[in-house]
Design a protein around this ligand. Structure first.
Ligand SMILES: Nc1ncnc2c1ncn2[C@@H]1O[C@H](COP(=O)(O)OP(=O)(O)OP(=O)(O)O)[C@@H](O)[C@H]1O
Length: 629
C-alpha cells in the first residue's frame, strides 16, 4: 500500500511559500492502477516527482507498505520505476542492447542465463520481442514509450510511476500502452501510477485521481467520476473544476473521500475473488496486517497454532491467510530482492556502451578521423620553416668590420625567423590539441544529461559514470596527442639537445594540454544545463587560448599574471620550449616578449592542477541533481 498523508511540495515564489502539491491524502492498495489527471499545470508531474523523491517533500508523510519513507529510508532504486516523458534510450543502440545495458547497470544478475531471461521477459511484457534488433532511432513514438517502460521493468519495480507516457500517441498506441500498464499492475502486487492528459480509456484504470491546483478534487473508481462532478461526460470535468476554488473542492473531497475509498476497496476485492488480481504473499500479509491493526486475535489463530509464530504481527498475518483459503490460491511468491551491481560492473557496462555508441555514430567517427588526420597535416605545412638551420656566431667576430656587422645582422634575423617558426609550430600543435580536447568533451555529459539523471536515479553511481568518461576520453587524448607528435616529427624533427629526452617532454606537454582542456570542458559539460551552453563556453575557452597565451603578442604584465594560470596553452607551450635545445630556446626568447616559465616541472604541475580541477568540477556537476521534466 502506498499512502500519502498531508503530502506537500512547496516552493518559494516572490518570498512567499506556494504549495504546488497541497495536503494530498491518498491511499493506493497493492496491485492497483491509478490515473492522475487534471488541467494543465495542476501539479500532476510535480506530485509524481515528489512521490518518486525527485522533489523533496516539504510536509506530510509518505508510507510504503506501512514503512514511513522519511524516517525509515527511501525505496531502493530497484523498488521504484519511473518512466519519464522523454526517451531514455540512445538512438545508436538497438532495443535489445538498450535493455541489456540498463539491466547490467541496475540488476546484479546471477549469470548470463539470468540476464537473458530478464531481458526476454521485459521484451515480451512490452511487446518488443519482434523488434528487439531494431535501432532506437527508427522506432515509432509508441515503440519508444514501450521501450522506456521495458527499461524500467528490468528491476521488477513494486511502484511504477509513468509520466505522460501516452502523450502524442495515436489512439491505438495509446490504448495499447494503457492496456499494458493495466496488465503490469496485475503482477506481483505492483502499483502503477500514470499521469495522463487523456481522458480516454479511463475504464481501464482502477481509480482516477483528479488534481486541481495541486489539491485532490477526486480519487475514486472511474465510474464515479461523472456522478461526483455532476456532469454528463468526462470532458466536462475540467470546465466544472474551474467553477469553484480548488480549496473548496479539497474540502468537499475530505468529506466524501472515505466513501469513495471503500468503493475502490470493494471493487478490488471483487477482482481478487474473481482471480484477476494476484498478490504476492508479503503484500497480502502486509495489507492484512494493516487492516487488522486494531483487531484482537481471535480463535482463527488456533488454526496455525502448530506452526511457530515469531511475533503477534506474524500470527495475525498467518491467521488471515489460514482463514481465507480461497485467497491463498492467488498468492504468489514474493519476488527476490534486486541488488544493484557493484562499481566495476557499472563502470564496465558504461564504458562498453560508450564505445559502442561512438563507433555506431558514423558522423562522429568521421569527424574524429578527419580532425586526427588534418590537424597534424596543418602543422606539418610549417615544418620547412622550422627546419631552417640555426646559424651560429663565428668564433671570432670583428665588430669593427662591415662584414662582421652584416654577419651579425644575418644571424640575428635567422635566429628571429627560426625562433618564430619553432615557437609557432609548438603553439600551433598546442592550440590544435586544445581544440581537440574541447571537441572531445564539450558535449560528453550535457548531451546525455537527461538519460544520465534517469540512470543515476535508478542506482548508477556518479563515480562509475565519471570514470567511464575519463577512460573513454583518455584513449582519445592519447591517440590524438601521440599521433600529432609522431606525425609532425616526420616533417619537423623536434630540436632537442643531443642525448636529451626533449621530444618525450614535448610529447608529455601535448598530452597534458589535451587532457587539461578535455578535463575542463568535461567539467563545463557536467555543470551546464544544455549541450549548447557547454559547447559555446568550451569554444570561447579554446578561442582565448592563443591570444591569452602571449605567444603571438605579449599581454600587459598585470593582465598576463591574472590570466596565465587559466591558460593551459601557455603552460604546454612554455614547458615544450624549456625542453628544446638551448640554442633554439634562446632563439625563441628573442622573438617573444612574454616571460617564459623557466621550470618545466612547474608547467607540468600547473597542467596537472588544471586536469584535477576539471575532474573535480566534472564530479560535482555529475553528482548534482539536475532533473528537469
Ligand atoms: N521546481 C519547480 N519550481 C517552480 N515551479 C515549478 C516547479 N515544478 C513545477 N513548477 C510549476 O508548478 C506547476 C505545476 O507543474 P506540473 O508540471 O506538475 O503540472 P502538470 O499538471 O504536470 O502540467 P502538464 O499537464 O501541462 O504537464 C507549473 O506551473 C510549473 O511551472
Amino acid at each position: 500500500m502506498l499512502e500519502l498523508k498531508d503530502f506537500c511540495f512547496t516552493i518559494e515564489k516572490d518570498g512567499e511559500p506556494v504549495n504546488l502539491v497541497d495536503r494530498v491524502n491518498l491511499k493506493v492498495p497493492a496491485g492497483h492502477f491509478m490515473a492522475i489527471v487534471g488541467p494543465s499545470g495542476c501539479g500532476k508531474t510535480t506530485l509524481l516527482n515528489t512521490i518518486a523523491g525527485l522533489n523533496h517533500m516539504s510536509e506530510g508523510s509518505i508510507y510504503w507498505d506501512g514503512r514511513n519513507l522519511e524516517e525509515e529510508g527511501d525505496l531502493e532504486p530497484a523498488e521504484l520505476g519511473y518512466v519519464p516523458q522523454f526517451s531514455i534510450a540512445y538512438d545508436e543502440l538497438t532495443v535489445d542492447e538498450s535493455i541489456e545495458a540498463v539491466t547490467r547497470l541496475r540488476v546484479k544478475t546471477r549469470d548470463l542465463d539470468d540476464l537473458d531471461l530478464r531481458i526476454d521477459r521485459v521484451l515480451e511484457e512490452t511487446g518488443l520481442t519482434e523488434i528487439a534488433d531494431r535501432q532506437v532511432k527508427v522506432l515509432s513514438g509508441g515503440q519508444k514509450r514501450r521501450l522506456g517502460l521495458a527499461m524500467e521493468l528490468v528491476t521488477d519495480p513494486q511502484l511504477l510511476l509513468c509520466d505522460e507516457v501516452t502523450s502524442g500517441l495515436d489512439p491505438r498506441s495509446e490504448r495499447d500502452i494503457v492496456r499494458r500498464l493495466h496488465a503490469l499492475s496485475r503482477r506481483d502486487g505492483r502499483i502503477v501510477l500514470s499521469v495522463t492528459h487523456s481522458l480516454a480509456h479511463l475504464e481501464l484504470y482502477d481509480s482516477i485521481l483528479v488534481l486541481h491546483e495541486g489539491r485532490v478534487a477526486y480519487h475514486g473508481v472511474p465510474e464515479g467520476l461523472t456522478h461526483y462532478f455532476s456532469v454528463a461526460d468526462t470532458e466536462e470535468i475540467y470546465p466544472r473544476l474551474a467553477k469553484q476554488p480548488s480549496e473548496k473542492w479539497r474540502k468537499s473531497w475530505l468529506k466524501h473521500g472515505p466513501t469513495y475509498f471503500d468503493k475502490i476497496m470493494r471493487e478490488r476485492q471483487k477482482l481478487i475473488d474473481a482471480g484477476t488480481l494476484a498478490l504476492p504473499h508479503c503484500k497480502l500479509m502486509q495489507e492484512t496486517q494493516e487492516a487488522s491493526e486494531d483487531i484482537e486475535l481471535d480463535e482463527t489463530t488456533e488454526l496455525i497454532e502448530n506452526k511457530p509464530a515469531k511475533s503477534k504481527r506474524s500470527k495475525r498475518r498467518k491467521s488471515k491467510i489460514a482463514a481465507a483459503p480461497e485467497e491463498s490460491d492467488l498468492i504468489q511468491e514474493a519476488p527476490e530482492p534486486i541488488e544493484t551491481p557493484g562499481f566495476f560492473s557499472q563502470y564496465a557496462t558504461l564504458l562498453g556502451r560508450r564505445w559502442k555508441i561512438f563507433f555506431r555514430d558514423r558522423a562522429q567517427v568521421f569527424l574524429q578521423i578527419a580532425i586526427l588526420l588534418c590537424f597534424p597535416c596543418l602543422v606539418a605545412l610549417f615544418g620547412p620553416q622550422g627546419n631552417e638551420a640555426l646559424r651560429i656566431y663565428p668564433d671570432t667576430i670583428e665588430m669593427t668590420s662591415q662584414d662582421a656587422v652584416r654577419n651579425l645582422q644575418a644571424i640575428g634575423e635567422n635566429r628571429a625567423k627560426v625562433g618564430g617558426a619553432v615557437s609557432g609550430i609548438i603553439m600551433f600543435q598546442v592550440v590544435l590539441l586544445s581544440l581537440m580536447g574541447s571537441n572531445n568533451a564539450a558535449r560528453e555529459v550535457a548531451s546525455e544529461r537527461k538519460i544520465f539523471e534517469k540512470e543515476k536515479f535508478g542506482g548508477v553511481r556518479p563515480l562509475a559514470y565519471l570514470f567511464s568518461k575519463i577512460t573513454f576520453l583518455s584513449c582519445m587524448i592519447l591517440v590524438q596527442s601521440v599521433w600529432m607528435a609522431i606525425f609532425v616529427e616526420q616533417f619537423w624533427p623536434y630540436p632537442e639537445a643531443a642525448g636529451s629526452t626533449g621530444f618525450f617532454d614535448h610529447l608529455n606537454f601535448l598530452i597534458l594540454v589535451n587532457a587539461a582542456m578535455t578535463a575542463i570542458c568535461l567539467g563545463i559539460s557536467s555543470l551546464m544545463k544544455t549541450s549548447e551552453q557547454a559547447s559555446l563556453l568550451s569554444i570561447y575557452l579554446v578561442g582565448f587560448q592563443l591570444p591569452l597565451s602571449g605567444a603571438v603578442l605579449a599581454l600587459p604584465e598585470l593582465v598576463g599574471q591574472i590570466t596565465r594560470p587559466f591558460i593551459s596553452a601557455y603552460w604546454a607551450w612554455a614547458g615544450s620550449i624549456e625542453s628544446l635545445d638551448n640554442r633554439y630556446q634562446a632563439a625563441v626568447k628573442t622573438v617573444t616578449e612574454t616571460p617564459l616559465e623557466s621550470s618545466s616541472t612547474i608547467c607540468l604541475y600547473v597542467l596537472g592542477i588544471q586536469i584535477a580541477v576539471g575532474i573535480i568540477a566534472s564530479y560535482i556537476g555529475i553528482k548534482r541533481h539536475q532533473w528537469e521534466h
